[in-house]
Design a protein around this ligand. Structure first.
Ligand SMILES: [Zn+2]
Length: 398
């Protein structure tokens, strides 16, 4: 759903990032690349390799990474935006810009469900979805890309509604189960209509999130067969262990683990996916803003939780928040390779971490220090105001 992002207004700037100490690809198949330089033109990566082998001449901007690590910009697979950079859930301003300082460059809406007075009639919910898609396409707080316009299913929707939504540019559904459709049969029909017209679906999993929402158990998740098993670790209330393992084993859909979920269930999901050799299905989100607030560092906290307690290499945990999500969500960000979106996060181990280096510090449960965030080939943030300070910080030298 990212392929309609022309960079009409952006001049074709050539960005060279050199002296990268560790290049994290975002690709589970080979998470670390033997390279120290990335070149971008406009909003695309054009070269990745050793500096001596790459044409770094006539750069518009040159960044000395100072030996720090470069990874794809992080993707939050599950957010609930409303309008602009405001959330009424906890009445906060500037929350998306704060996530940028947690390394997030892309967000995917699981429904603009916190909108005060959210319309539940069909013409109203369609209008709101189209409005949200348009508004967040045109307005990027801090440069963060927000894929929004995610209608929730209500009874009475017919195939023509999905066709109309798709034709208007709507590409994702809000969490199935947050509207009036709470039975597997109706949900399955609507999800299949959505899929027919290229609209991706996510289902709420587990107990009710807040008063007014409701339980969705494994039988409804399996019957509905949405593309993403949203917060498989609950949001917060998780399903019993045997239901979570059944979802891992009996479905092939994406397994989304969220920050605002049950941490023990997150680790169970991770272990089960590894036993099945299906780690490529695991993707990360925050499920925020929510009752537990906003989490600017939610995605890096998930990476550290899963790496330290789930005992997976840090470079693998980073893939769950980047390349895995990009593949499952059909986005062209999330991986470091020519042709992909030029969005990056530069990190180093936090000052005074007990870890030997960045990866070891994450494996020990510390958060990385973020030194710079780049979106579409342009610097969006310098040293993060939210993470612990990075030991080494990249510098714009030209
Ligand atoms: Zn939910």
């Amino acid at each position: 759903m990212a392929h309609d992002e022309p960079s009409k207004s952006a001049p074709q700037t050539k960005l060279v990032i050199r002296n990268i100490g560790l290049l994290l690809s975002g690709d589970l198949a080979h998470p670390v690349l033997d390279a120290d330089t990335v070149v971008t033109t406009g909003d695309r990566i054009t070269a990745v390799g050793k500096q001596k082998d790459i044409d770094t001449s006539s750069a518009t901007v040159t960044i000395d990474a100072k030996g720090t690590a470069l990874a794809p910009g992080l993707i939050d697979s599950h957010v609930h935006p409303v309008c602009g950079d405001w959330t009424p859930r906890q009445n906060q301003l500037g929350w998306i810009d704060s996530y940028l300082h947690g390394g997030v460059t892309t967000m995917i809406s699981a429904g603009e469900v916190h909108t005060p007075g959210r319309p539940k009639d069909i013409v109203g919910l369609k209008a709101m979805a189209i409005f949200a898609q348009r508004a967040f396409h045109a307005f990027r707080p801090g440069g963060v890309k927000i894929y929004a316009g995610a209608p929730v299913l209500e009874h009475g929707m017919v195939e023509a509604d999905f066709k109309e939504l798709a034709a208007a540019g709507v590409k994702i559904l809000g969490e199935v189960g947050l509207g009036s459709v709470k039975d597997g049969k109706t949900a399955r029909q609507m999800v299949s209509w959505a899929r027919k017209y290229g609209i991706q679906s996510t289902i709420h999993t587990g107990g009710p999130s807040i008063p007014g929402s409701s339980l969705i158990d494994k039988d409804m998740v399996l019957e509905t067969d949405a593309d993403v098993i949203g917060h498989v670790n609950g949001g917060h209330t998780a399903l019993p262990d045997d239901q979570i393992t059944a979802l891992c084993e009996r479905s092939t859909r994406a397994l989304e683990i969220v920050h605002n979920g049950n941490e023990r269930a997150a680790l169970l999901t991770l272990r089960t996916a590894m036993e099945l050799k299906q780690l490529d299905r695991v993707i990360l989100g925050t499920d925020s803003p929510a009752g537990s607030g906003v989490q600017p560092l939610g995605i890096v906290r998930m990476m550290s939780l899963l790496s330290s307690l789930g005992e997976i290499p840090a470079e693998v945990a980073i893939c769950l928040a980047t390349g895995n999500t990009a593949k499952m969500r059909n986005l062209d960000c999330g991986m470091i390779a020519p042709g992909r979106e030029a969005s990056f996060v530069l990190m180093d181990k936090a000052q005074h971490s007990a870890g030997k280096n960045l990866l070891d510090s994450i494996q020990k449960g510390d958060l990385p220090g973020i030194g710079m965030v780049i979106i579409d080939g342009a610097v969006s943030a310098h040293r993060s105001r939210n993470t612990p300070p990075a030991t080494g910080v990249p510098e714009v030298v030209k």
